[in-house]
Design a binder for this molecule. Structure first.
Ligand code: PLP
Length: 438
């Protein structure tokens, strides 16, 4: 192997960050189910707390199993460091609170997961952090909404239900000009899209979805590209450039300089993770490590199956509309092709001729697909948002978010495609839409 050879994601997902257990030689990453760690001396203990040396102190802040996951995620994503947390929600909250305080604002895409929207619109408001939601169809909307108190831009790579890929490079470039980092939620497109390759500065994940893949564990992660220049924008980011009273006056951009451009992620770990306690259990970290090993393989299969489902549905007489990146035209198509490599993800939307009633009948008739509020599982999943996840919204509000009354969201799994299509076919027949009956 040449010295400049860079391993690909499929290799890094299996090998990065851990080779073997130093004492037993175990090849699988052990579950270090421990709360605390023996300090070898009082001097060593005080050096750890003073950040003069880095090592394990307490599992709320760091753990060797979580560390293997963090290193592997950072490597796969092309970042410098990561912090594993207890959920995707925790990842978004912590990633943004690490730079935004009361009186500050965030400019966020309107196309977000409902939980993220609520966190930003309601919970952050109670903390004094304002979120300005803008339509990502025009990236310049981010510039228009920003001001001197804007601390981050926030978007989702492949947001459902619209499935219109976010203009990562365009918004990241505006952020570079203004001194505002772009935080991307890449939950629906791991491996297929690496937001750092397009200029994004921070990536967050719900590991609960594709990274785990097996639907067993809730978790999340924040990954730092190390490429945002916090010192250059010291006025905008006093929390990283001025003495932090919560850590005996540490100036984060200076304190961690000897170990690399990791001020953002170290601050998140040793202040917010310490104080808010979004710790990921080592057992769940182990589950995500198992998932990560096959993630590149699974993303290819999810994408292949979803593209076949989109094609099948677009030719079916009971289906009035299919939403999948492969079917877009114009700028939406260009973005999907520019940002998604090796597949366009596992999500597909469909609308039925028979409206809300047909959507519900279709879901009830599915046999292979599970009816659940989740995505990214190896199993095929379906939900009817108008009667479940979006049922608290009026019909007009639902339509604004891209949810029509008959809309069904599919998270296409990695079962054999013939079985997936057979299940969809029989459920469409059972839904008995007027178009089918005609
Ligand atoms: N981001 C996206 C895109 C999601 O779909 C979800 C959950 O559905 C989350 C974040 C939140 O993740 P979690 O459920 O792990 O808290």
């Amino acid at each position: 192997m040449s010295k400049t050879h860079q391993p690909a994601a499929a290799t890094l997902a299996i090998h990065a960050g851990y080779r073997k257990d130093p004492t037993t030689g175990a090849v699988a990453v052990p579950i270090y189910q421990t709360t605390a760690y023996q300090f070898e001396s009082t001097d060593y203990a005080s050096d750890l707390f003073a950040l003069k040396t880095f090592g394990n102190i307490y599992t709320r802040v760091m753990n060797p199993t979580n560390d293997a996951l963090e290193q592997r995620l950072a490597a796969v994503e092309g970042g410098v460091a990561a912090l594993a947390v207890s959920s995707g929600q925790a990842a978004t909250a912590l990633a943004l609170q690490n730079v935004a305080h009361a009186g500050d604002n965030i400019v966020a895409s309107t196309d977000l997961y409902g939980g993220s929207w609520n966190l930003l619109a309601n919970t952050f408001r109670t903390l004094g952090i304002e979120t300005r939601f803008v339509d990502p169809a025009d990236p310049e909307n981010f510039r228009r909404a920003a001001d001197a108190r804007t601390r981050a831009f926030y978007g989702e790579t492949l947001p459902n239900p619209k499935l219109q890929v976010f203009p990562i490079a365009e918004v990241a470039a505006i952020g570079e000009e203004l001194g505002i980092p772009l935080v991307m939620d890449n939950t629906a497109a791991p491996v297929l899209c690496r937001p750092f390759d397009h200029g994004a500065h921070i990536v967050v994940y719900s590991a609960t979805k594709y990274i785990g893949g097996h639907g067993t564990s809730i978790g999340g992660a924040i990954i730092d590209s190390g490429r945002f220049d916090w010192e250059k924008h010291a006025d905008r980011f006093p929390m990283l450039n001025q003495p932090d009273p919560s850590y005996h006056g540490a100036v984060w951009t200076q304190a961690v300089k000897p170990i690399g451009p990791v001020a953002y992620i170290i601050k998140a770990r040793v202040t917010l993770q310490r104080d808010l306690g979004f710790a990921l259990s080592p057992f769940n970290a182990f589950q995500f490590i198992q998932g990560l090993e096959t993630l590149p393989l699974r993303m290819r299969e999810h994408s292949r199956n979803a593209a076949a489902v989109a094609e099948f549905l677009s030719e079916h007489p009971a289906v009035t509309r299919v939403i999948h990146p492969s079917l877009f035209k114009g700028e939406a198509k260009r973005r999907a092709e520019a940002y998604m490599k090796g597949g366009q993800g596992g999500l597909v939307g469909l609308e039925l001729a028979g409206g809300m009633a047909a959507g519900k009948r279709f879901i009830d008739a599915l046999k292979l697909f599970y009816h659940v509020a989740n995505i990214g599982d190896v199993r095929s999943l379906a939900i009817h948002p108008a009667s479940t996840t979006h049922s608290q919204l009026s019909e007009a509000e639902q339509r604004k978010t891209g949810v029509n009354p008959s809309y069904v969201r599919l998270s296409v799994g990695i079962e054999d495609i013939a079985d997936i299509l057979a299940d969809l076919d029989q459920a469409l027949e059972a839904a008995g839409s007027p178009a089918l009956a005609a």
